[in-house]
Design a protein. Structure first.
Length: 244
């Protein structure tokens, strides 16, 4: 296993990335962390476990998070999409073009959906962990803008997300991971994402009854639940029973 830290120049910022290369010719997994004080560090053990299954894994900090430059308040949902896309394209440049596994925690549920119009045809699995989605009207609003905060707190705003259409158009497996003690993600959001995915490429529902919302940390420290999610990824990739 080779671990490499790099600084990627993108979107006017320096994005801190960590690559875990198992030295195999398999998939490329890109992990996108959540909002607030989240960073790539929270999912470090999960990334290591994923790479141990033969998947080249890249984690990175969005601008304003972790070791990346920029201010959190200046970040937007659209900038998160652009930065994640940059991380994917750069990994392809370094390691060669590989089929993708896209993993997103919390707010990055929306980010993964936003990536699919560009990368869906080259993605074999989407893993949405405690996923949140947002009204498309707030996409370009900085997080520090009161209008952004009001927009995402508006009752029923999640219904106006374009994430469902993106997931519905995706023709490959989607894994939705939920936490039994999650007090952040709304159940109707999960139900709608599940319904959208099931119509096409297939859906895996993974429920972790003892886990809280911050599943990036939980999966890094709880081996049994981590293995459950990793096994679901293997099945979705056809390495443990999944078939088209």
């Amino acid at each position: 296993m080779i671990s490499k830290s790099i600084n990627l120049l993108c979107d006017g910022e320096k994005l801190a990335c960590v690559d875990l290369d198992p030295g195999t010719g398999g998939h490329l997994a890109v992990l996108c962390h959540g909002a607030g004080k989240s960073s790539k560090e929270r999912s470090g053990s999960f990334a290591l476990a994923l790479s141990s299954r033969g998947i080249l894994t890249r984690t990175f900090d969005f601008s304003g998070h972790g070791d990346s430059t920029g201010q959190l308040g200046d970040l937007t949902l659209e900038r998160r999409r652009a930065q994640a896309a940059c991380a994917i394209r750069d990994a392809w440049r370094v390691y060669g073009r590989r089929r993708l596994v896209l993993v997103g925690f919390s707010m990055s549920g929306q980010t993964l959906a936003d990536l699919l119009p560009e990368f869906g045809s080259e993605c074999d699995c989407v893993v949405m962990i405690a996923p949140a989605v947002y009204d498309e009207q707030v996409r370009d609003l900085p997080f520090e803008d009161e209008e952004f905060t009001e927009g995402i707190r508006r009752a029923g705003s999640w219904e106006e997300s374009d994430a469902y259409a993106s997931i519905r158009a995706f023709q490959r497996p989607v894994i939705v991971v939920t936490a039994g003690k999650d007090q952040v993600v709304l159940e109707p959001v999960v139900d709608e994402l599940t319904s959208a995915a099931a119509a096409d490429g297939g859906i895996f529902r993974v429920h972790l009854p003892d886990a809280p919302h911050r599943l990036s940390e939980w999966l890094s420290t709880n081996e049994r639940d981590r293995t459950t999610v990793l096994d679901a990824i293997d099945r979705a990739l056809g390495r443990g029973g999944w078939s088209d």
